[in-house]
Design a protein around this ligand. Structure first.
Ligand code: ZN
Length: 257
């Protein structure tokens, strides 16, 4: 792993002074590659904090263009960039924050093979997508590759986050939701309060940095639920579904350290 330069030691000093991060944790963060699927309400704060915190390489995937109605909550995009692809708009904003981060953009919906290849190259995958087809495909790819998955969702005044480490005996996303569950909900139909996606995205970014630094107890095995109406956070324990078609069939490594 590459040693931090004096400039990096200064830039990330407020993070390095945390005993749980230290120089070693920051070196791991700076050497990491993270795949972010979706650059909307969740993906924007996730990418923003990961770039600011010094993640070495970010791969941004989204096939959408910026629209006026996105600007209420998708905080990397600007009025001037309406009509551009979300990945190009996000990449420009992130480069202005931290020119040291290497940013790769893919303005497309990845095929199964391309998704599997990207997942295998990443240390952590962050699911910021808005549809169940993508979430299930991403979960299966992460379980097959043994890549940790940080999953988030937000709608109206509610949100949820979980971490799936892709280790034997641990639950996966599909232990929680079944294909065919009635999940046609989307922000375009149901609405969402702007900072609620920021709250959930910030939790996703925090969990990602903890995994990269190898410190702290992650949310793995738990589902964190937010009701912003009452500002009530609840943490539920998740159980593996022994009949889950994904984590029962994939050859999950006993240890992915
Ligand atoms: Zn499962």
């Amino acid at each position: 792993m590459q040693e931090l330069t004096d400039q990096q030691l200064l830039r990330y000093s407020r993070q390095i002074m945390l005993p749980n991060i230290d120089v070693e944790g920051q070196e791991r963060i700076c050497a990491a590659r993270v795949l972010i699927i979706g650059l909307g309400g969740l993906g924007c704060p996730v990418a923003l904090y990961l770039a600011a915190a010094g993640v070495g390489e970010l791969v941004l995937v989204d096939d959408d263009q910026v629209e006026l109605s996105n600007l209420q909550r998708q905080v990397l995009h600007t009025e001037a960039r309406v009509g551009e692809t979300k990945v190009a708009s996000a990449a420009q904003a992130l480069r202005e924050i931290n020119s040291q981060v290497r940013i790769h953009t893919r303005a497309e919906r990845l095929t199964a093979e391309a998704l599997q290849a990207e997942v295998a190259k990443a240390q952590v995958v962050v699911d910021c997508s808005d549809n169940f087809t993508t979430r299930f495909a991403l979960n299966a790819a992460c379980m097959a590759a043994g890549t940790p998955l940080v999953s988030g969702a937000a709608i109206r005044m509610e949100g949820q986050v979980s971490v799936f480490l892709a280790k034997a005996g641990e639950p996966c996303y599909q232990c929680l939701y079944k294909i065919g569950d009635d999940e046609q909900l989307s922000c375009s139909e149901s609405g969402v309060l702007a900072p609620v996606v920021g709250l959930i995205g910030s939790v996703q970014a925090t969990e990602t940095l903890k995994i990269l630094a190898g410190q702290g107890a992650s949310l793995a095995g738990h589902l964190l639920l937010l009701d912003a109406n009452t500002m009530d956070w609840r943490k539920l324990k998740l159980r593996r579904d022994p009949a889950c078609p994904v984590c029962s069939t994939h050859h999950i490594q006993p240890d992915n350290e």
